[in-house]
Design a protein around this ligand. Sequence first.
Ligand SMILES: *Cc1c(COP(=O)(O)O)cnc(C)c1O
Length: 358
Amino acid sequence: MKKHNFSAGPSILPQFTIEKTAEAIKDFAGTGLSVMEVSHRGKEFVAVMEETQALFRELLNIPDNYSVLFLGGGASLQFCMVPYNLMKTKAAYLNTGSWSSKAIKEGKFFGEVVEVASSKDTVYNYIPKGYEIPADADYFHYTSNNTIYGTQIRKDFDLDIPVVCDMSSDIFSRQIDVSKYGIIYGGAQKNLAPAGLAFVIVRNDILGKVDRPIPTMLNYQTHIDGGSMFNTPPVTPIYAALQTLKWLKEKGGVAAMEKINEEKAALLYDEIDRNPVFKGTVLNKEDRSLMNVCFIMNDGYQELEKDFLEFATAKGMSAIKGHRSVGGFRASIYNAMPKESIQALIDCMQEFEKTHVK
Ligand SMILES: *Cc1c(COP(=O)(O)O)cnc(C)c1O
């Protein structure tokens, strides 16, 4: 039976990425060796690194005054690297979920954190609006896509202070204007590559302004100067990322992907809104994530949650259980998720409706 992978992360990757990476694990670039067992400073891997950086820049239209880094430590290490490198006295944070909260916690080790707004009161089911961002903050930090709660901020902020964004779960899913950001970072395991790789896009001139000493490995400048090869980078995930970027370019790039993502998400949200057995957890339509679609059983059907999970799982829907803090269901529909899989989930919902609607 075909499996439809709705996992939130690590998550579905293009079949192209999996096949090409499997080939290179056996024989990398005609070397007769595995990509896992060659030097990262050999000419074959240096070529991979250069091509990955170049395609990354091309697909996101990254200006020349930004560096692109591939680091270990996941997005979570960036929660600490950002304030380490940027915070002089205080920074502003928008709290839209668990990942934002974790970033805030790390920020507090380095100075004052101004939480400009929070949607914690209602389990983060909306994006706060109408708050003020202090103009004297060293930077403003937010999470663009809240993987757990299914909310998303799809506009670029236009601020006079550096904007720092955790785009772990929506990088390459929609068009962005990189020139409006100081730092964009994320873990690669949602839309790009297997786990073990974090990407950081940093505007060079915002660095070097803090007085504190920064340990070598936690200093962005180290990795910029070292061409993202100061130490051994996550070689195999970078190889896989390159394959995903090639696949994305072949699909027409980020603009084409955004359009497909809008269509895919609309299919599923329309069904959630129509089907009397289910309801969405994010009520403001403009706050709904195109990547993580959260829904629960509608009033009167709550006792059927386990039944639907079993029914859908038996039909090949994998990992649709919602995060424990929200309950219900979460369908993560990243770039690599084909429309047919979303249709398969919708078919399950409609079949379940027919047999259970009151
Ligand atoms: C998954 C995720 C993280 C955590 O990434 P790690 O690579 O596991 O550290 C951080 N932020 C967001 C928005 C995520 O979705």
